[in-house]
Design a protein around this ligand. Structure first.
Ligand code: PMP
Length: 361
């Protein structure tokens, strides 16, 4: 039996993907070996690599003006690589603070060069996304960095600023491919794979080719975007099994109606849980303000620590995994990424309703 997996990441993968990986595990397409055992320079692996890249480009409608890179080091290494490659002595890195991950991204940029906080909702416990009209962009801005979905606080951007002459960069680790976006609005998008894309170990970077000219040869080779772009992410050994699984996840998504199709299901899943919260007469309190609610991470608290504990214990008994909130904020969190089935959310909503009725004060 499969668990109802609401983990924040690594998180649920589509069952079909796991089954294909299982079938192919010891003999990948007649090679007599696993994908893990193939040379990364073989034609069989090359086909896997290209499939992942092509499917990602198709699903997000990415033009040839962008490079698609498969890197390692997680989204966290991008916090460092972005300012290393894109910030110069005379320019300023702008950040919008919407949670712990944007704070971490800012902290890394500070080690490299000049930074500016364009907006922050920290004073309000990161309950909302600042309005795009209130962003204060510095002079000589190299870029504006946003975190599209805040995994810990459960908030999500619903629209992005249109900027003139400032590159928009988004950390989409926890909502990439969950809803339609216009890639052209961004100069760079990056995401660790372990939520919507596949297993941990690979980080997807989508980067406007013209930005590559900023990367100087003085940069350490592995931290230079040009190294990876010039070698099609094969400068050194890539995480082959993670990229293979990514290709299967992308294929699954393409066969499930693409981004548009999954967006419809994601809306339905989020609406089931938020309705349950909203109709509980304040028993479940959402962390996020209504207009900033995330459709990927639903965060809420119960009336007391005791009830929270009871809720989590009973939930676990029923097979719901991963519902405790992040250790920094407490409460509860249901992460409902692309691969979490609608049925899991229906069952959770049913349980939440019943728990509320049994325990209301
Ligand atoms: N950004 C966001 C929005 C995240 O949710 C996470 C991880 N949960 C990270 C960055 C860090 O990713 P990684 O662990 O791949 O470095």
């Amino acid at each position: 039996m499969r668990a109802y997996n609401f983990n924040a990441g690594p998180s649920a993968l589509p069952l079909e993907v796991l089954q294909i990986a299982q079938q192919e595990l010891v003999n990948f397409q007649g090679t007599g070996m696993s994908v893990m055992e193939l040379s990364h320079r073989s034609k069989e692996y090359d086909a896997v690599h290209e499939k992942a890249k092509t499917l990602l480009k198709q699903l997000l409608n990415i033009s040839d003006e962008y490079e698609v890179l498969f890197l390692q080091g997680g989204a966290s290494l991008q916090f460092t690589m972005i300012p290393m490659n894109l910030l110069s002595k005379n320019t300023v890195a702008n950040y919008v603070l919407t949670g712990s991950w944007s704070e971490k991204a800012l902290a890394e940029a500070k080690k490299i060069g000049h930074v500016h906080v364009s907006a922050s909702s920290k004073e309000n416990q990161y309950k909302h996304i600042p309005s795009i009209n209130d962003l204060e962009i510095s002079d000589n801005a190299a870029y504006l960095h946003v975190t599209s979905n805040n995994t810990i606080y459960g908030t999500q951007w619903s629209e992005y600023p249109q900027l003139n002459n400032v590159e928009l960069i988004a950390d989409m680790s926890s909502d990439i491919l969950s809803h339609e976006i216009n890639v052209e609005q961004f100069s760079m998008i990056y995401a660790g794979a372990q939520k919507n894309l596949g297993p941990s170990g690979v980080t997807v970077v989508i980067l406007k080719k013209e930005l590559l000219t900023n990367s100087t040869n003085e940069l350490p080779t592995m931290l230079n975007y040009r190294t990876h772009a010039d070698k099609n992410s094969l400068y050194n050994t890539p995480p082959t099994f993670a990229i293979y699984t990514l290709s299967l996840v992308l294929e699954w998504l393409a066969n499930s109606g693409g981004v548009k199709g999954i967006e419809r299901v994601n809306n339905e899943k989020a609406s089931l849980l938020y309705s349950c919260i909203d109709y509980s007469n304040g028993f479940y309190k959402p962390h996020a303000k209504m207009d900033s609610r995330s459709k990927m991470n639903v965060t809420f608290t119960l009336p007391s620590e005791e009830l929270t504990k009871k809720f989590l214990v009973e939930a676990k008994e029923k097979g719901f995994i991963g519902l405790s909130g992040h250790r920094s904020v407490g409460g509860c969190r249901a992460s409902i990424y692309n691969a979490v089935p609608l049925e899991a959310c229906e069952t959770l909503a049913y349980f939440m309703n019943a728990f509320y009725k049994r325990n209301q004060l």
